[in-house]
Design a protein around this ligand. Sequence first.
Ligand code: GAP
Length: 515
Amino acid sequence: MPAPETSVMSRLVSLCKRRGFVFPASEIYGGLNGFWDFGPLGVQLKNNLRDAWWRAMVECPPIGPDGKPVSIVGLDSSIIQHPQTWVASGHVGGFADLMVDCRETKMRYRADHVLCVNVQYEKAGQTKELGGWISTLEGDEAEVAITKKAKKLIQKSGCGEMVPFDMSKAVNLTTMTEAQRAHVIGPDAENPGTLTEPRAFNLMFQSYVGVFQSDDSKVYLRPETAQGIFLNYKNVLDSSRVKPPFGVAQVGKSFRNEVTPRNFIFRTREFEQMEMEFFCAPEDGMMWYEFWVAERLRWWEEQGMSKDNLFRHIIAPEDLSHYSKGTSDIEYRYPFTAPGFGELEGVAYRTDYDLTQHQTFSKTNLEYIDQEANRRYIPHVVEPAAGLTRGLLALLCESYRYDESRASPEWLKLKPSLAPIKVGVFPLVNKDGMPEVAEKLYADLRRTYISQYDAKQSIGKRYARMDEAGTPFCVTVDGDTLKDQTVTIRDRDTAQQERVALDKVKAYIGEKLAV
Ligand code: GAP
Protein backbone atom coordinates (compact mmCIF):
# COMPACT_ATOMS: atom_id res chain seq x y z
CA MET A 1 0.00 0.00 0.00
CA PRO A 2 1.61 3.32 -1.02
CA ALA A 3 2.08 5.87 1.76
CA PRO A 4 -0.67 8.50 1.93
CA GLU A 5 1.96 11.19 1.32
CA THR A 6 2.23 10.11 -2.31
CA SER A 7 0.16 12.31 -4.61
CA VAL A 8 -3.49 11.44 -5.21
CA MET A 9 -2.71 10.92 -8.88
CA SER A 10 0.06 8.40 -8.32
CA ARG A 11 -2.17 6.48 -5.86
CA LEU A 12 -5.06 6.56 -8.31
CA VAL A 13 -2.90 5.41 -11.22
CA SER A 14 -1.61 2.46 -9.20
CA LEU A 15 -5.11 1.54 -7.98
CA CYS A 16 -6.29 1.61 -11.62
CA LYS A 17 -3.48 -0.75 -12.63
CA ARG A 18 -3.82 -3.06 -9.62
CA ARG A 19 -7.59 -3.42 -9.90
CA GLY A 20 -7.82 -3.56 -13.70
CA PHE A 21 -9.29 -0.18 -14.58
CA VAL A 22 -6.49 1.17 -16.79
CA PHE A 23 -3.25 -0.41 -18.02
CA PRO A 24 -0.44 1.20 -20.01
CA ALA A 25 -0.85 0.03 -23.63
CA SER A 26 1.74 -2.46 -24.95
CA GLU A 27 3.17 -2.72 -21.46
CA ILE A 28 5.12 -5.93 -22.07
CA TYR A 29 6.99 -4.09 -24.86
CA GLY A 30 7.76 -1.16 -22.59
CA GLY A 31 4.54 0.79 -23.28
CA LEU A 32 3.66 3.33 -25.97
CA ASN A 33 3.51 6.94 -24.86
CA GLY A 34 0.00 8.40 -25.04
CA PHE A 35 -1.86 5.08 -25.35
CA TRP A 36 -3.75 3.23 -22.61
CA ASP A 37 -5.81 0.05 -22.39
CA PHE A 38 -8.95 -0.31 -20.31
CA GLY A 39 -9.16 -3.41 -18.14
CA PRO A 40 -12.28 -5.32 -17.06
CA LEU A 41 -13.42 -2.72 -14.51
CA GLY A 42 -12.32 0.27 -16.62
CA VAL A 43 -14.17 -0.74 -19.77
CA GLN A 44 -17.34 -1.40 -17.79
CA LEU A 45 -17.17 1.97 -16.03
CA LYS A 46 -16.44 3.69 -19.34
CA ASN A 47 -19.34 1.91 -21.05
CA ASN A 48 -21.65 2.90 -18.20
CA LEU A 49 -20.68 6.56 -18.56
CA ARG A 50 -21.10 6.32 -22.35
CA ASP A 51 -24.54 4.70 -21.92
CA ALA A 52 -25.65 7.39 -19.45
CA TRP A 53 -24.65 10.04 -22.04
CA TRP A 54 -26.42 8.18 -24.87
CA ARG A 55 -29.52 7.86 -22.75
CA ALA A 56 -29.53 11.58 -21.87
CA MET A 57 -28.86 12.57 -25.48
CA VAL A 58 -30.57 10.09 -27.81
CA GLU A 59 -32.98 7.89 -25.86
CA CYS A 60 -34.43 10.49 -23.51
CA PRO A 61 -33.21 13.99 -24.40
CA PRO A 62 -34.21 16.83 -22.10
CA ILE A 63 -37.10 19.23 -22.46
CA GLY A 64 -35.91 22.24 -24.45
CA PRO A 65 -36.19 25.97 -23.62
CA ASP A 66 -39.39 26.05 -25.70
CA GLY A 67 -40.99 23.45 -23.36
CA LYS A 68 -40.93 20.73 -26.04
CA PRO A 69 -38.94 17.48 -25.83
CA VAL A 70 -35.65 17.92 -27.68
CA SER A 71 -35.15 15.67 -30.69
CA ILE A 72 -31.75 13.96 -31.09
CA VAL A 73 -30.81 10.93 -33.20
CA GLY A 74 -27.71 8.74 -33.13
CA LEU A 75 -24.94 8.10 -35.65
CA ASP A 76 -21.83 5.96 -35.99
CA SER A 77 -19.66 7.28 -38.82
CA SER A 78 -16.34 6.00 -40.18
CA ILE A 79 -13.09 6.88 -38.47
CA ILE A 80 -11.54 7.42 -41.90
CA GLN A 81 -13.42 9.85 -44.16
CA HIS A 82 -12.64 11.45 -47.51
CA PRO A 83 -9.45 13.53 -47.02
CA GLN A 84 -11.22 16.65 -48.33
CA THR A 85 -13.28 16.52 -45.10
CA TRP A 86 -10.26 17.71 -43.16
CA VAL A 87 -9.34 20.36 -45.69
CA ALA A 88 -12.87 21.79 -45.48
CA SER A 89 -12.96 21.60 -41.68
CA GLY A 90 -9.65 23.45 -41.41
CA HIS A 91 -7.78 20.57 -39.79
CA VAL A 92 -5.27 20.10 -42.65
CA GLY A 93 -4.34 23.77 -42.63
CA GLY A 94 -4.66 24.68 -39.00
CA PHE A 95 -4.88 21.77 -36.57
CA ALA A 96 -1.41 22.20 -35.21
CA ASP A 97 0.45 22.74 -31.96
CA LEU A 98 3.62 24.75 -31.62
CA MET A 99 6.38 22.42 -30.55
CA VAL A 100 10.05 22.64 -29.71
CA ASP A 101 12.77 20.01 -29.93
CA CYS A 102 15.68 19.78 -27.55
CA ARG A 103 18.95 19.33 -29.43
CA GLU A 104 20.65 18.00 -26.30
CA THR A 105 18.18 15.34 -25.16
CA LYS A 106 16.27 14.80 -28.46
CA MET A 107 13.02 15.31 -26.53
CA ARG A 108 10.03 17.12 -28.06
CA TYR A 109 7.65 19.38 -26.08
CA ARG A 110 4.52 21.37 -26.69
CA ALA A 111 5.82 24.94 -26.46
CA ASP A 112 2.82 26.20 -24.49
CA HIS A 113 3.43 23.53 -21.84
CA VAL A 114 7.00 24.63 -21.06
CA LEU A 115 7.26 26.95 -18.06
CA CYS A 116 10.46 28.92 -17.47
CA VAL A 117 11.82 30.51 -14.28
CA ASN A 118 14.76 32.89 -14.08
CA VAL A 119 16.23 31.54 -10.85
CA GLN A 120 18.50 33.72 -8.75
CA TYR A 121 21.12 32.85 -6.16
CA GLU A 122 22.70 34.73 -3.30
CA LYS A 123 26.41 34.92 -2.58
CA ALA A 124 28.18 37.20 -0.11
CA GLY A 125 25.00 39.23 0.41
CA GLN A 126 24.53 39.80 -3.34
CA THR A 127 21.67 38.46 -5.49
CA LYS A 128 22.66 37.26 -8.96
CA GLU A 129 21.05 35.50 -11.89
CA LEU A 130 22.02 31.98 -12.80
CA GLY A 131 22.53 32.84 -16.46
CA GLY A 132 19.87 30.54 -17.84
CA TRP A 133 16.11 30.16 -17.47
CA ILE A 134 15.25 26.83 -15.90
CA SER A 135 12.30 25.15 -17.55
CA THR A 136 9.93 22.32 -16.81
CA LEU A 137 6.57 21.06 -18.03
CA GLU A 138 3.53 22.64 -16.38
CA GLY A 139 1.71 20.51 -13.82
CA ASP A 140 1.59 19.87 -10.10
CA GLU A 141 5.25 18.77 -10.02
CA ALA A 142 6.53 21.93 -11.76
CA GLU A 143 7.76 23.79 -8.67
CA VAL A 144 9.50 20.71 -7.28
CA ALA A 145 11.19 20.07 -10.63
CA ILE A 146 12.47 23.66 -10.97
CA THR A 147 13.76 23.71 -7.38
CA LYS A 148 15.57 20.41 -7.79
CA LYS A 149 17.21 21.44 -11.02
CA ALA A 150 18.14 24.92 -9.76
CA LYS A 151 19.76 23.54 -6.61
CA LYS A 152 21.73 21.03 -8.66
CA LEU A 153 23.02 23.72 -11.03
CA ILE A 154 23.86 26.13 -8.22
CA GLN A 155 25.71 23.40 -6.33
CA LYS A 156 27.60 22.30 -9.46
CA SER A 157 28.87 25.79 -10.18
CA GLY A 158 29.57 26.55 -6.49
CA CYS A 159 27.46 29.70 -6.77
CA GLY A 160 25.87 30.07 -3.31
CA GLU A 161 22.28 29.72 -2.05
CA MET A 162 19.16 29.59 -4.21
CA VAL A 163 16.80 32.56 -3.74
CA PRO A 164 13.19 31.30 -3.32
CA PHE A 165 11.16 31.95 -6.48
CA ASP A 166 7.47 32.52 -7.10
CA MET A 167 6.08 29.81 -9.39
CA SER A 168 3.09 31.98 -10.31
CA LYS A 169 5.59 34.30 -12.06
CA ALA A 170 6.92 31.49 -14.26
CA VAL A 171 6.87 32.44 -17.95
CA ASN A 172 5.36 30.34 -20.73
CA LEU A 173 7.94 29.60 -23.47
CA THR A 174 5.58 30.83 -26.20
CA THR A 175 5.45 34.32 -24.65
CA MET A 176 9.25 34.75 -24.47
CA THR A 177 11.36 36.67 -26.95
CA GLU A 178 13.81 34.83 -29.19
CA ALA A 179 16.69 36.32 -27.16
CA GLN A 180 15.22 35.02 -23.90
CA ARG A 181 14.56 31.58 -25.39
CA ALA A 182 18.25 31.31 -26.29
CA HIS A 183 18.96 31.13 -22.53
CA VAL A 184 16.41 28.49 -21.62
CA ILE A 185 17.66 25.19 -20.24
CA GLY A 186 15.26 22.59 -21.68
CA PRO A 187 13.04 20.58 -19.29
CA ASP A 188 15.37 17.56 -19.41
CA ALA A 189 18.59 19.29 -20.49
CA GLU A 190 21.69 20.45 -18.61
CA ASN A 191 22.75 23.32 -20.86
CA PRO A 192 21.01 26.52 -22.00
CA GLY A 193 20.08 27.27 -25.60
CA THR A 194 19.34 23.76 -26.83
CA LEU A 195 15.64 24.25 -27.60
CA THR A 196 14.72 24.87 -31.23
CA GLU A 197 12.40 27.70 -32.26
CA PRO A 198 8.70 26.69 -31.84
CA ARG A 199 7.38 25.05 -35.05
CA ALA A 200 3.82 24.11 -36.07
CA PHE A 201 3.18 20.38 -35.95
CA ASN A 202 -0.04 18.93 -37.40
CA LEU A 203 -1.74 16.62 -34.94
CA MET A 204 -3.50 14.33 -37.40
CA PHE A 205 -2.29 10.75 -37.84
CA GLN A 206 -1.89 9.86 -41.50
CA SER A 207 -2.32 6.61 -43.33
CA TYR A 208 -2.84 5.40 -46.90
CA VAL A 209 -5.81 3.72 -48.53
CA GLY A 210 -5.08 0.99 -51.09
CA VAL A 211 -1.81 -0.46 -52.28
CA PHE A 212 -0.02 2.71 -53.44
CA GLN A 213 1.36 5.11 -50.87
CA SER A 214 1.19 8.55 -52.47
CA ASP A 215 -0.34 11.94 -51.77
CA ASP A 216 -3.41 10.80 -53.70
CA SER A 217 -4.06 7.87 -51.35
CA LYS A 218 -3.33 9.78 -48.14
CA VAL A 219 -6.06 9.69 -45.47
CA TYR A 220 -6.33 10.80 -41.86
CA LEU A 221 -7.56 9.14 -38.70
CA ARG A 222 -10.30 11.48 -37.50
CA PRO A 223 -9.15 13.96 -34.83
CA GLU A 224 -12.77 14.52 -33.74
CA THR A 225 -16.04 12.66 -34.25
CA ALA A 226 -17.89 15.89 -35.13
CA GLN A 227 -17.06 16.06 -38.85
CA GLY A 228 -18.66 12.64 -39.49
CA ILE A 229 -21.89 14.21 -38.23
CA PHE A 230 -21.65 17.20 -40.57
CA LEU A 231 -20.99 14.87 -43.53
CA ASN A 232 -24.16 12.93 -42.70
CA TYR A 233 -26.36 15.90 -41.79
CA LYS A 234 -28.25 15.72 -45.10
CA ASN A 235 -28.57 11.91 -45.00
CA VAL A 236 -30.10 12.15 -41.53
CA LEU A 237 -32.41 14.98 -42.53
CA ASP A 238 -33.59 13.06 -45.63
CA SER A 239 -34.00 9.70 -43.92
CA SER A 240 -35.33 10.52 -40.43
CA ARG A 241 -38.37 12.45 -39.39
CA VAL A 242 -36.35 15.31 -37.94
CA LYS A 243 -36.20 19.01 -38.77
CA PRO A 244 -34.39 21.87 -37.05
CA PRO A 245 -34.06 22.17 -34.14
CA PHE A 246 -32.61 18.67 -33.82
CA GLY A 247 -29.36 17.02 -32.82
CA VAL A 248 -27.16 14.18 -34.06
CA ALA A 249 -25.07 12.41 -31.42
CA GLN A 250 -22.07 10.15 -31.83
CA VAL A 251 -19.61 8.38 -29.53
CA GLY A 252 -16.34 7.06 -30.84
CA LYS A 253 -12.58 7.01 -31.02
CA SER A 254 -10.59 10.03 -32.11
CA PHE A 255 -6.86 10.29 -32.69
CA ARG A 256 -4.45 13.16 -32.18
CA ASN A 257 -0.71 12.87 -32.35
CA GLU A 258 -0.38 15.01 -29.21
CA VAL A 259 3.12 16.42 -28.72
CA THR A 260 3.03 15.94 -24.97
CA PRO A 261 0.45 13.34 -23.93
CA ARG A 262 0.28 13.30 -20.14
CA ASN A 263 -1.56 13.29 -16.86
CA PHE A 264 -2.58 9.65 -17.19
CA ILE A 265 -5.63 9.43 -19.50
CA PHE A 266 -6.23 13.22 -19.54
CA ARG A 267 -4.41 13.87 -22.80
CA THR A 268 -3.81 10.77 -24.90
CA ARG A 269 -3.16 10.07 -28.56
CA GLU A 270 -6.15 7.74 -28.94
CA PHE A 271 -9.27 8.66 -26.98
CA GLU A 272 -13.04 8.57 -27.11
CA GLN A 273 -15.36 11.50 -27.56
CA MET A 274 -19.10 11.96 -27.02
CA GLU A 275 -20.19 14.73 -29.36
CA MET A 276 -23.54 16.12 -30.38
CA GLU A 277 -24.18 18.64 -33.15
CA PHE A 278 -27.40 20.53 -32.59
CA PHE A 279 -28.84 22.08 -35.78
CA CYS A 280 -31.15 25.06 -35.36
CA ALA A 281 -32.43 28.20 -37.05
CA PRO A 282 -29.81 31.00 -37.10
CA GLU A 283 -31.85 33.29 -34.84
CA ASP A 284 -32.09 30.57 -32.14
CA GLY A 285 -28.36 29.76 -31.93
CA MET A 286 -27.57 31.81 -28.83
CA MET A 287 -30.60 30.44 -26.94
CA TRP A 288 -29.57 26.82 -27.64
CA TYR A 289 -25.95 27.58 -26.74
CA GLU A 290 -26.98 28.78 -23.27
CA PHE A 291 -29.37 25.85 -22.94
CA TRP A 292 -26.71 23.24 -23.71
CA VAL A 293 -24.07 24.77 -21.42
CA ALA A 294 -26.53 24.61 -18.49
CA GLU A 295 -27.74 21.15 -19.45
CA ARG A 296 -24.24 19.68 -19.75
CA LEU A 297 -23.19 21.11 -16.37
CA ARG A 298 -26.34 19.61 -14.86
CA TRP A 299 -25.58 16.23 -16.47
CA TRP A 300 -22.03 16.05 -15.10
CA GLU A 301 -23.40 16.83 -11.64
CA GLU A 302 -25.94 14.06 -12.11
CA GLN A 303 -23.03 11.64 -12.71
CA GLY A 304 -21.73 12.41 -9.23
CA MET A 305 -19.41 15.38 -9.85
CA SER A 306 -19.63 17.91 -7.06
CA LYS A 307 -20.70 21.43 -8.03
CA ASP A 308 -17.52 22.82 -6.46
CA ASN A 309 -15.32 20.77 -8.76
CA LEU A 310 -17.07 21.96 -11.93
CA PHE A 311 -16.53 25.33 -13.53
CA ARG A 312 -17.88 27.12 -16.59
CA HIS A 313 -15.00 28.83 -18.33
CA ILE A 314 -16.40 31.34 -20.78
CA ILE A 315 -13.88 31.84 -23.57
CA ALA A 316 -13.16 35.56 -23.95
CA PRO A 317 -14.49 37.07 -27.21
CA GLU A 318 -10.94 37.85 -28.41
CA ASP A 319 -9.92 34.19 -27.94
CA LEU A 320 -12.89 32.68 -29.82
CA SER A 321 -12.33 30.85 -33.10
CA HIS A 322 -13.28 33.14 -35.98
CA TYR A 323 -16.47 31.14 -36.66
CA SER A 324 -17.67 30.88 -33.04
CA LYS A 325 -20.18 33.25 -31.49
CA GLY A 326 -19.64 31.74 -28.05
CA THR A 327 -17.71 28.90 -26.45
CA SER A 328 -17.70 27.68 -22.85
CA ASP A 329 -15.43 24.98 -21.51
CA ILE A 330 -16.89 22.84 -18.77
CA GLU A 331 -13.88 22.36 -16.55
CA TYR A 332 -13.15 19.94 -13.73
CA ARG A 333 -10.79 20.35 -10.80
CA TYR A 334 -8.41 17.42 -11.48
CA PRO A 335 -5.82 16.70 -8.76
CA PHE A 336 -3.08 17.85 -11.17
CA THR A 337 -4.80 21.17 -11.93
CA ALA A 338 -6.03 21.91 -8.38
CA PRO A 339 -6.74 24.47 -7.10
CA GLY A 340 -7.34 25.32 -10.78
CA PHE A 341 -9.44 23.49 -13.35
CA GLY A 342 -8.84 21.64 -16.64
CA GLU A 343 -11.13 21.05 -19.63
CA LEU A 344 -13.66 18.22 -19.50
CA GLU A 345 -16.04 19.27 -22.26
CA GLY A 346 -16.35 22.15 -24.70
CA VAL A 347 -19.68 23.66 -25.69
CA ALA A 348 -19.32 25.78 -28.83
CA TYR A 349 -21.75 27.81 -30.89
CA ARG A 350 -20.16 27.11 -34.28
CA THR A 351 -22.66 29.11 -36.37
CA ASP A 352 -23.08 27.74 -39.95
CA TYR A 353 -19.32 27.44 -40.43
CA ASP A 354 -18.93 23.68 -40.83
CA LEU A 355 -21.95 23.09 -43.05
CA THR A 356 -21.02 26.09 -45.23
CA GLN A 357 -17.46 24.80 -45.58
CA HIS A 358 -18.67 21.32 -46.56
CA GLN A 359 -21.22 22.81 -48.96
CA THR A 360 -18.45 24.80 -50.67
CA PHE A 361 -15.92 21.97 -50.81
CA SER A 362 -18.35 19.18 -51.76
CA LYS A 363 -20.53 21.35 -54.01
CA THR A 364 -23.57 19.73 -52.36
CA ASN A 365 -26.43 21.97 -51.32
CA LEU A 366 -26.76 21.65 -47.54
CA GLU A 367 -29.52 24.20 -47.06
CA TYR A 368 -32.59 23.29 -45.09
CA ILE A 369 -35.85 24.15 -46.80
CA ASP A 370 -38.41 25.26 -44.27
CA GLN A 371 -41.64 24.85 -46.21
CA GLU A 372 -43.88 26.16 -43.43
CA ALA A 373 -41.99 29.45 -43.15
CA ASN A 374 -41.19 29.45 -46.86
CA ARG A 375 -37.47 30.03 -46.39
CA ARG A 376 -34.20 28.21 -46.81
CA TYR A 377 -31.09 28.48 -44.65
CA ILE A 378 -27.96 26.66 -43.56
CA PRO A 379 -28.67 25.63 -39.97
CA HIS A 380 -26.54 27.02 -37.18
CA VAL A 381 -24.85 24.51 -34.89
CA VAL A 382 -24.30 24.28 -31.14
CA GLU A 383 -21.85 21.53 -30.23
CA PRO A 384 -21.43 19.99 -26.76
CA ALA A 385 -18.19 17.97 -27.21
CA ALA A 386 -17.19 15.82 -24.23
CA GLY A 387 -14.28 13.47 -23.72
CA LEU A 388 -15.35 9.98 -22.69
CA THR A 389 -11.89 8.89 -21.58
CA ARG A 390 -11.40 12.24 -19.91
CA GLY A 391 -14.83 11.88 -18.29
CA LEU A 392 -13.75 8.49 -16.96
CA LEU A 393 -10.68 10.14 -15.43
CA ALA A 394 -12.83 12.86 -13.84
CA LEU A 395 -15.16 10.19 -12.41
CA LEU A 396 -12.24 8.27 -10.94
CA CYS A 397 -10.73 11.45 -9.45
CA GLU A 398 -14.08 12.54 -8.01
CA SER A 399 -14.83 9.18 -6.43
CA TYR A 400 -11.36 8.35 -5.06
CA ARG A 401 -11.29 8.25 -1.24
CA TYR A 402 -8.51 7.49 1.22
CA ASP A 403 -9.54 6.55 4.76
CA GLU A 404 -7.18 4.64 7.06
CA SER A 405 -10.05 3.52 9.31
CA ARG A 406 -11.64 1.38 6.61
CA ALA A 407 -10.95 -2.22 5.65
CA SER A 408 -9.54 -0.86 2.41
CA PRO A 409 -8.13 2.66 2.90
CA GLU A 410 -8.62 3.30 -0.82
CA TRP A 411 -12.16 3.11 -2.13
CA LEU A 412 -14.26 4.57 -4.92
CA LYS A 413 -17.46 6.42 -4.13
CA LEU A 414 -18.94 5.99 -7.60
CA LYS A 415 -22.57 6.77 -8.35
CA PRO A 416 -24.14 3.28 -7.92
CA SER A 417 -25.65 3.18 -11.41
CA LEU A 418 -22.20 3.84 -12.92
CA ALA A 419 -20.27 1.34 -10.78
CA PRO A 420 -18.76 -1.49 -12.86
CA ILE A 421 -19.92 -4.14 -10.37
CA LYS A 422 -23.24 -3.50 -8.65
CA VAL A 423 -23.35 -6.32 -6.10
CA GLY A 424 -20.88 -8.60 -4.31
CA VAL A 425 -22.35 -11.83 -3.00
CA PHE A 426 -20.53 -13.69 -0.20
CA PRO A 427 -21.12 -16.69 2.01
CA LEU A 428 -19.81 -15.65 5.47
CA VAL A 429 -17.96 -18.97 5.68
CA ASN A 430 -17.49 -21.52 2.95
CA LYS A 431 -19.46 -24.27 4.73
CA ASP A 432 -22.63 -25.04 6.75
CA GLY A 433 -24.95 -24.63 3.75
CA MET A 434 -24.04 -20.94 3.26
CA PRO A 435 -22.29 -21.31 -0.16
CA GLU A 436 -25.36 -23.07 -1.59
CA VAL A 437 -27.69 -20.20 -0.60
CA ALA A 438 -25.20 -17.55 -1.70
CA GLU A 439 -24.64 -19.24 -5.07
CA LYS A 440 -28.38 -19.41 -5.68
CA LEU A 441 -28.79 -15.73 -4.80
CA TYR A 442 -25.84 -14.85 -7.05
CA ALA A 443 -27.33 -16.85 -9.95
CA ASP A 444 -30.53 -14.84 -9.58
CA LEU A 445 -28.95 -11.38 -9.10
CA ARG A 446 -26.50 -11.68 -12.01
CA ARG A 447 -29.39 -11.91 -14.46
CA THR A 448 -30.28 -8.30 -13.62
CA TYR A 449 -27.14 -6.67 -12.16
CA ILE A 450 -23.45 -7.17 -12.79
CA SER A 451 -22.59 -9.22 -9.71
CA GLN A 452 -19.52 -10.92 -8.35
CA TYR A 453 -19.40 -14.03 -6.16
CA ASP A 454 -16.50 -14.14 -3.72
CA ALA A 455 -15.86 -16.79 -1.10
CA LYS A 456 -12.11 -16.33 -0.73
CA GLN A 457 -10.34 -14.96 2.39
CA SER A 458 -11.89 -13.10 5.31
CA ILE A 459 -15.13 -11.17 4.93
CA GLY A 460 -13.17 -7.94 5.64
CA LYS A 461 -10.83 -8.60 2.72
CA ARG A 462 -13.82 -9.30 0.47
CA TYR A 463 -15.47 -6.00 1.46
CA ALA A 464 -12.15 -4.25 0.82
CA ARG A 465 -11.89 -5.71 -2.69
CA MET A 466 -15.40 -4.50 -3.50
CA ASP A 467 -14.75 -1.02 -2.02
CA GLU A 468 -11.71 -0.62 -4.27
CA ALA A 469 -13.84 -1.52 -7.28
CA GLY A 470 -16.52 0.96 -6.16
CA THR A 471 -19.18 -1.77 -5.72
CA PRO A 472 -22.09 -0.12 -3.88
CA PHE A 473 -23.64 -3.23 -2.27
CA CYS A 474 -22.31 -6.44 -0.68
CA VAL A 475 -24.76 -9.16 0.28
CA THR A 476 -23.61 -11.68 2.88
CA VAL A 477 -25.26 -15.01 3.62
CA ASP A 478 -24.56 -15.94 7.26
CA GLY A 479 -25.72 -18.41 9.93
CA ASP A 480 -28.98 -16.52 10.49
CA THR A 481 -29.90 -16.72 6.81
CA LEU A 482 -30.49 -20.43 7.15
CA LYS A 483 -32.82 -19.83 10.10
CA ASP A 484 -34.80 -16.73 9.08
CA GLN A 485 -34.17 -16.35 5.33
CA THR A 486 -32.54 -12.90 5.72
CA VAL A 487 -29.14 -11.62 4.59
CA THR A 488 -27.05 -8.55 5.39
CA ILE A 489 -26.60 -5.85 2.78
CA ARG A 490 -23.60 -3.63 3.37
CA ASP A 491 -23.64 -0.11 2.01
CA ARG A 492 -20.25 0.87 0.55
CA ASP A 493 -20.45 4.54 1.60
CA THR A 494 -21.49 4.12 5.23
CA ALA A 495 -20.11 0.56 5.76
CA GLN A 496 -23.42 -0.01 7.64
CA GLN A 497 -25.24 -3.32 7.30
CA GLU A 498 -28.96 -3.85 7.06
CA ARG A 499 -30.86 -7.15 7.36
CA VAL A 500 -33.07 -7.75 4.37
CA ALA A 501 -35.29 -10.71 3.49
CA LEU A 502 -33.65 -12.95 0.92
CA ASP A 503 -36.55 -12.57 -1.51
CA LYS A 504 -36.44 -8.75 -1.24
CA VAL A 505 -32.74 -8.33 -2.10
CA LYS A 506 -33.29 -7.74 -5.80
CA ALA A 507 -35.99 -5.11 -5.24
CA TYR A 508 -33.87 -3.43 -2.51
CA ILE A 509 -30.92 -3.04 -4.91
CA GLY A 510 -33.18 -1.95 -7.75
CA GLU A 511 -34.59 0.86 -5.62
CA LYS A 512 -31.18 2.12 -4.57
CA LEU A 513 -29.82 2.01 -8.12
CA ALA A 514 -32.74 4.00 -9.47
CA VAL A 515 -31.69 7.09 -7.47
N1 GAP B 1 -15.41 18.80 -32.06
C1 GAP B 1 -14.83 19.69 -31.12
C2 GAP B 1 -13.71 19.11 -30.41
O1 GAP B 1 -13.22 18.05 -30.73
P1 GAP B 1 -12.07 19.56 -28.42
O2 GAP B 1 -12.16 20.58 -27.31
O3 GAP B 1 -10.81 19.51 -29.21
O4 GAP B 1 -13.32 19.86 -29.34
C3 GAP B 1 -13.56 17.87 -27.11
O5 GAP B 1 -12.39 18.12 -27.84
C4 GAP B 1 -13.24 17.07 -25.88
O6 GAP B 1 -12.52 15.88 -26.24
C5 GAP B 1 -12.32 17.77 -24.88
O7 GAP B 1 -13.07 18.61 -24.02
C6 GAP B 1 -11.71 16.61 -24.13
O8 GAP B 1 -12.60 16.14 -23.14
C7 GAP B 1 -11.61 15.54 -25.21
N2 GAP B 1 -10.23 15.49 -25.75
C8 GAP B 1 -9.68 16.29 -26.68
N3 GAP B 1 -8.41 15.95 -26.91
C9 GAP B 1 -8.12 14.91 -26.10
C10 GAP B 1 -6.97 14.09 -25.87
N4 GAP B 1 -5.85 14.26 -26.55
N5 GAP B 1 -7.05 13.10 -24.94
C11 GAP B 1 -8.21 12.88 -24.26
N6 GAP B 1 -9.32 13.62 -24.44
C12 GAP B 1 -9.29 14.62 -25.35
